[in-house]
Design a protein around this ligand. Sequence first.
Ligand SMILES: Nc1nc2c(ncn2[C@@H]2O[C@H](COP(=O)(O)OP(=O)(O)O)[C@@H](O)[C@H]2O)c(=O)[nH]1
Ligand SMILES: [Mg+2]
Length: 303
Amino acid sequence: MVKLFNRLQASLKKTREGTFKKLNRIFTAKRKIDDDLLDEIEEILIAGDVGVETTLDIIDKLKQRVRDEKYETSDELECLIRDEIKNILIVPASQDKQGLQIVLVVGVNGTGKTTSIAKLAHKYKSEGKSVLLAAADTFRAAAIEQLSVWAERVNCEIIKHQDGADPSAVVFDAISAAQARSVDYLIIDTAGRLHTKSNLMAELTKIFRVINKRIPDAPDQVILVLDASTGQNAVNQAKEFQQVARVDSIFLAKLDGTAKGGVVLAINKELQIPVKYIGTGEKVDDMEEFDPGSFVEGLFVKE
Ligand SMILES: Nc1nc2c(ncn2[C@@H]2O[C@H](COP(=O)(O)OP(=O)(O)O)[C@@H](O)[C@H]2O)c(=O)[nH]1
Ligand SMILES: [Mg+2]
């Protein structure tokens, strides 16, 4: 039978063939469940970027259920592990707000922020919504140029200033334009220089203040873009951003090129932030909304 994968499951190919293949082998071997076997599973999960804290939690729950529900052989563990993973994954909330939605996109440079913004713009447009982009990463001229190119390709408008301009001024103008033109989505690109954390903090705080002043409760969504291929480092980046700004959801870029898909679990468990979108390639439609059931299936499906 030919198995049909959706984009999310296809992008988990490397993860599935790395770490999770070893787990599948354990399940099919019908081994006796003992401490050695559980230690082995623990090692596999940690090596698979699931993160120490999250792995230990999964193993504890497994031990408890094996004891209470009297499981004996390793094939019985597959559905237990699937259950525990599903329990960790937070279901992203859906957005049904009417009127202008302001989406602020943050993340370290190079993670895939601008590309992910183009993907979101493309998605909203294909749903029949109007989109305006704000080039508030004014630190590098190339960043403004790159967003302009995407705006043209996706066929949406963009508000930009000269490079080096005050990002908050761009945001201010963009909100005015979004209101005047009654657009559905304003997506704001920001700079992400984490090595100068105090600057980043000051800049983001100022952007929040400018948005709040114009529209209380906005931004409607703060999306943090993380690069899946950086594994545990992505989790650490998210922790840094959480100290600076409100983060509502994660756009996990570059899931296609990495075996580190286990990081999704660490992000959910350690940060308590849902992964809402995943990036599955460099093109504008290479994205998918994250679905926990589909994700778990993608980790364990036997090809
Ligand atoms: N394979 C793959 N590459 C991606 C994805 N998202 C972004 N990229 C690439 O990552 C690089 C950096 O992206 P960019 O959007 O400029 O990152 P930014 O600095 O955070 O704005 C570019 O070469 C993108 O094509 C993805 O989901 N998959
Ligand atoms: Mg960028």
